[in-house]
Design a protein around this ligand. Structure first.
Ligand SMILES: Nc1ncnc2c1ncn2[C@@H]1O[C@H](COP(=O)(O)OP(=O)(O)OP(=O)(O)O)[C@@H](O)[C@H]1O
Ligand SMILES: [Mg+2]
Length: 234
């Protein structure tokens, strides 16, 4: 009888918001939890991914998607999911801009993730989002604390290291331990469908490779959801 809602936000493009939605959908589906993807991004990347996955036969019937830019419609959907039987995961892809719907996304989110790359302009954008969420939290105590997911290899170069330490200095506890690194499989997932289904149905030579990325995805999913669903995959 619960629905856990996770939102991904950052005004910056190409930082991995939609990628995280896809990875999280793959993990939740692998664990048998129904997933609703809510696309509030005009680019409708997630809605298109759903269509591509269905066409490629790399989809699961327990993963559905819808798109809305309307805050009351979003609220209605989340309330309906919370009232539905069973454990459900709702993933919200956003543009992260200061559009009207953002306030509602804050209200309905159990977890907020801010994926970021490691350039100076990226990390300054993170600062803006953190302040923006803080403003909302000042008005509504139930707004979740955002967590920052660094989308860069762990062995970052010199300039990246400087940005990384600046991030740690400012937001130490808000930074997730798991990092996203460059993975070609994530681009394949964008085109083809759910990563867990690609692993199960894809060519044998690629299964281990997809499974490696699922391992990364599970780690990030469990860290964000504070291990709440981890046991089911033990
Ligand atoms: N760690 C990664 N490894 C490989 N490719 C990645 C990684 N992160 C993101 N990408 C790729 O970068 C592109 C942009 O990522 P994504 O669509 O997730 O960004 P976004 O934050 O949703 O951008 P937008 O704001 O434009 O919607 C995608 O093609 C995605 O596959
Ligand atoms: Mg996107």
């Amino acid at each position: 009888m619960t629905c856990t809602t996770i939102s991904f936000m950052n005004r910056k493009g190409g930082v991995g918001k939609s990628t995280c939605v896809r990875m999280f959908a793959s993990v939740a589906d692998e664990r048998g939890m129904p997933v609703t993807l809510i696309d509030t991004d005009e680019s409708v990347a997630v809605a298109e991914w759903h269509t591509a996955g269905m066409e490629n036969d790399r989809w699961s019937e327990s993963v559905t998607s819808l798109k809305t830019m309307d805050q009351m419609e979003l609220l209605d959907h989340v309330i309906a999911l919370k009232e539905a039987p069973g454990e459900h995961i709702c993933l919200i892809d956003t543009q992260g801009s200061s559009s009207e719907i953002m306030g509602m996304i804050f209200e309905v989110s159990d977890f907020i993730v801010v994926p970021t790359r490691l350039s100076r302009s990226d990390t300054s954008e993170v600062g803006k989002i953190m302040r923006y969420v803080d403003l909302y939290r000042a008005q509504s105590a139930k707004v979740a604390s955002p967590r920052i997911l660094i989308n860069a290899p762990k062995s970052a170069g010199e300039s990246h290291r400087a940005e990384m330490s600046a991030l740690f200095d400012s937001y130490g506890e808000a930074i997730l331990d798991e990092m996203l690194a460059e993975r070609t499989a994530l681009n394949e997932m964008d085109q083809r469908g759910l990563l867990n289904v690609m692993r199960d149905k894809g060519p044998a030579v690629k299964r281990k490779y997809y499974e490696d990325v699922m391992t990364l995805a599970r780690g990030i999913f469990d860290e964000v959801t504070e291990g709440k669903f981890a046991k089911e995959n033990a």
